[in-house]
Design a protein around this ligand. Structure first.
Ligand SMILES: C[S@@+](CC[C@H](N)C(=O)[O-])C[C@H]1O[C@@H](n2cnc3c(N)ncnc32)[C@H](O)[C@@H]1O
Length: 227
């Protein structure tokens, strides 16, 4: 499976090609339900931007016959699973609107991802505040709320700013594990201690004594914060 790239709808690819409990890590950057179309700008031979654009993908979801069919299939297939309760409750709460169509698209895909993850596998779901609050509930229904590990906040500054609220400048990445024995390669992600971090205040680098416990800096650096 190394270096294999599939082109197609990930639901059918996962069902057809990927065995249960074979995947170590899933990172997904799915549509966010942002209600926008994303265009690809072509560059010409000289590398200048051409006016030609293609619509790469549409991130607007509608409740239609397809959504109804997928909704019914999912709650039937996952009868007695918390995800069915989630979808039924959400439909009562939201009605049949764009958000419901989006969640109906995401639910069977996240269930397939859960199936293909190894028991010690982990999933990172990238989203933004358009739907993050609902996606977290959906992930709780699939992974169990105890297997929620992090809400990582990815901040940025670029892009426009509205004038009637704080600038909306962060994405969210949810980190869920299949169980508590998940793999986390802490040493691979360490970064230097900075600024006023408690560990580096001590001049002789011997660590800080806090409430009788000695906190010593790790020579390889610290594990980054969740933002
Ligand atoms: C937010 S974008 C990801 C952008 C990408 N990570 C990048 O940095 O360029 C969402 C992507 O999911 C793709 N997508 C949407 N539905 C899909 C599906 N059912 N199966 C596979 N990919 C899908 C879209 O075509 C789009 O490229």
């Amino acid at each position: 499976m190394n270096n294999k790239l599939f082109f197609g709808d990930n639901l059918s690819v996962m069902k057809r090609e990927i065995g249960s409990e074979t995947v170590d890590l899933i990172y997904l950057d799915p549509p966010f339900n942002s209600n926008r179309d994303y265009n690809q700008i072509f560059t010409n031979m000289e590398g200048e931007k051409s006016s030609a654009q293609i619509k790469v993908f549409e991130d607007t979801w509608y409740w239609n016959n397809d959504a109804e069919k997928i909704y019914l299939e999912t709650i039937k297939y996952y009868n007695n699973h918390l995800v069915s309760n989630f979808l039924i409750s959400m439909r009562q709460f939201l009605g049949t609107n764009q958000m419901m169509a989006y969640l109906t698209m995401m639910a069977p895909r996240l269930l397939e991802m859960y199936r293909i993850l190894k028991p010690n596998g982990v999933l990172f779901l990238h989203c933004d505040p358009s739907a993050s609050h609902y996606l977290k509930l959906l992930l709780d229904a699939i992974f169990g709320f105890r297997n929620f590990e992090n809400e990582i906040i990815w901040c940025y500054r670029q892009g426009g700013r509205g004038k009637r609220s704080f600038a909306k400048k962060h994405d969210t990445i949810y980190f869920y594990a299949k169980n508590k024995d998940y793999t986390f390669n802490a040493d691979a992600i360490r970064i230097p201690y900075v600024g006023t971090g408690g560990y580096i205040n001590n001049k002789n680098n011997g660590g800080n004594l806090v409430n009788g416990k000695l906190y010593k800096p790790n020579p390889k650096g610290k594990i980054p914060e969740d933002w």
